[in-house]
Design a protein around this ligand. Structure first.
Ligand SMILES: O=C(O)CCC(=O)C(=O)O
Ligand SMILES: [Fe+2]
Length: 219
């Protein structure tokens, strides 16, 4: 994707969002026209998981995932979801171009990406942290968004506690724009949970890619 190579990464304006254990950086480096071209290319290229990998197990009961998902990565990288471990699929061209763009932008070469597609405002993602032991704890997670702008909500772990242990720390809300990049720097994913709540009135589709760096396991 030549269009990403033509972006002047030195002129990108990053906004820093800081709090107790919170360290985020946000920018919109990809203009709306290029972002729309990439959205269409992703729509034409990506195929999402079906079967077991499109379901989640909660307290032993199986539910369809309230969005579509697929994962790509370097050879040897595996992905565990709801107790199932699968090899990451090989990088499709437009996703590889986005990975290369992050090398140009931040000097980090990610080896895995989870792609989530939200067909409309009903599709969502529940509160969670991305603090799996396979993730390199020193590398930020880089989240790139295309399509429908949606609200991303972060909650401090102590604000979720019941009773007197609960701390009155307000949630942090961000509107993730078409063509935006959000970096979640450490220790954010230890201290803060995040979610993408439903927005029933929003009709547009959104594709989000969270690039991650894994700790390679030796077998
Ligand atoms: O769609 C989003 O913005 C959030 C995705 C996310 O949290 C994840 O992939 O772990
Ligand atoms: Fe996440």
């Amino acid at each position: 994707m030549e269009k990403l190579k033509n972006i002047d990464v030195t002129s990108v304006v990053w906004k820093s969002i800081q709090g107790d254990g919170l360290n985020l950086e946000y920018a919109v480096p990809i203009n709306k026209n290029i972002a729309s071209e990439i959205f269409i290319e992703l729509e034409n290229t990506l195929e999402y998981f079906t079967g077991d990998l499109s379901q989640i197990k909660v307290f032993g009961k199986v539910y369809p995932l309230p969005r579509q998902q697929v994962a790509y990565g370097d050879p040897g990288i595996t992905y565990t979801y709801s107790g199932t471990t699968v090899p990451a699929l090989p990088w499709p061209e437009p996703v590889l171009a986005l990975r290369d763009f992050l090398v140009a932008l931040k000097g980090i070469k990610y080896d895995f990406v989870l792609v989530n597609k939200y067909k409309n405002g009903i599709d969502h993602m529940g509160e969670h942290r991305d603090n799996e032991p396979e993730l390199d704890p020193t590398a930020p997670i880089a989240s790139i968004s295309f399509g429908q702008e949606r609200t991303f909500v972060l909650k401090h772990r102590d604000a979720r506690k019941p009773g007197k242990d609960k701390k009155p720390i307000p949630p942090v809300k961000l509107e993730l724009e078409h063509g935006s990049i959000l970096l979640m720097n450490p220790p954010t994913n230890e201290i803060w949970y995040h979610s993408l709540p439903t927005r029933k009135k929003l009709l547009g589709a959104r594709i989000n890619l969270t690039f991650r760096k894994m700790i390679l396991k030796r077998h």
